[in-house]
Design a protein around this ligand. Structure first.
Ligand code: ADP
Length: 331
């Protein structure tokens, strides 16, 4: 009822959580084997709440094991509901005037789209982060109608080619879903040797929220970026040449630029190299400062995927700024 009080409380709680955890959270999600996939040995030896042991299938004994530490690990049996419950408080904070970016990173076929959008035609429990986040944005803003007037808009850059993409005002999750479906259809899709659904472009949905406090007249702005990154697999594995090769190299460059930015932020570095890619330029105002960055690092756990999964985990370890060795020796 008294919105200012609720807002102050939310903010206090949110800041407390953030002080403990920093502005960057990295989650690892392990894709389950497909039902039809022959029972294979998993490279994942141990899954803790926040630590993960991965075994190199071509090595033996202690040398084969590598440990990683993230804010949280979601194992192969984790549900969409569990995944979303961890990030729900961040979605709420967008309506309180914070900027939040959610990324899914990983090789093609590791479950990025599953986490963000859900499986094709998802309903009910299967629904992914994007739709859950939108539902919450609209339902919380509706609950606050008596104290705050919200205007919510969506921007859909296609393949990041358009810096000032059109802003569409939206009134319900279905408005946004419709826009997202159009966006997905327009996404540059090309078949590669790995997976014919492989998409070699980033998909970015930007949601802008403006709230006007009806009693004081003051306004606040928050935004939410939902980013399904292009596959992180190395070029040679996709067996591409010519234009496809250039495109793949470009993608890899933008992913490493993103890694450099998040790493600089995690180190509270005075220089953050935003200008090295279109992706990081686009997200500049939404990364760093008071903004919250969440990254889902998706891995496959079959032995064939070992080297890709290892490079994904190393990327994630670097951006999270949490290095197991350092964390152990300092405590
Ligand atoms: P990516 O976006 O990384 O290329 P997808 O999200 O398309 O990968 O996932 C590849 C396949 O695995 C899809 O058929 C997807 O439905 C399935 N999949 C991914 N993650 C899960 C999961 N957690 N549970 C069940 N199926 C999953």
């Amino acid at each position: 009822e008294n919105y200012q009080v609720v807002l102050a409380e939310n903010r206090k709680l949110f800041n407390e959580v953030q002080e403990l955890k920093g502005n960057i959270r990295v989650y690892c999600r392990i894709r389950p084997f497909h039902p039809g996939q022959r029972e294979k040995q998993s490279i994942v030896e141990h899954i803790g709440e926040s630590d993960l042991h991965v075994a190199n299938p071509s090595k033996q004994g202690k040398d084969a094991l590598k440990s990683f530490k993230f804010n949280k690990i979601f194992g192969p049996a984790s549900t969409q509901v569990e995944v979303y419950s961890d990030i729900q408080p961040f979605i709420r904070s967008v309506l309180d005037g914070y900027n939040v970016c959610i990324f899914a990173y990983g090789q093609t076929g590791s479950g990025k789209t599953y986490t963000m959008s859900g499986p094709t035609g998802a309903t009910g429990e299967d629904i992914g982060v994007n739709y859950r986040a939108l539902n919450d944005l609209f339902s919380i803003s509706t609950n606050r109608t008596n104290s705050i007037e919200y205007v919510i808009g969506v921007q859909m850059p296609k393949g990041l080619a358009v810096p000032d993409a059109t802003m569409y005002p939206v009134k319900s999750p279905s408005d946004v879903i419709m826009l997202m479906d159009i966006g997905l259809k327009n996404r540059a899709i090309s078949a590669t040797a790995m997976n014919e659904r492989s998409s070699r472009s980033h998909s970015v949905v930007s949601i802008q929220v403006q709230g006007k406090d009806l009693s004081s007249g003051s306004t606040m702005f928050g935004n939410l970026h939902l980013v399904d990154l292009a596959g992180s697999e190395r070029v040679d594995r996709s067996e591409v040449t010519g234009d496809r090769l250039k495109e793949a190299q470009h993608i890899n460059k933008s992913l490493s630029a993103l890694g450099d930015v998040i790493f600089a932020l995690s180190q509270k570095s005075s220089h953050v190299p935003y200008r090295n890619s279109k992706l990081t330029q686009l997200l500049q105002t939404s990364l760093g400062g008071q903004a919250k960055t969440l990254m889902f690092v998706q891995i496959n756990s079959d032995t064939n995927s070992f080297s890709e999964s290892l490079s994904t985990l190393k990327f994630a370890e670097r951006v999270s700024g949490i290095e197991l060795g350092v964390a152990r020796s300092s405590k």
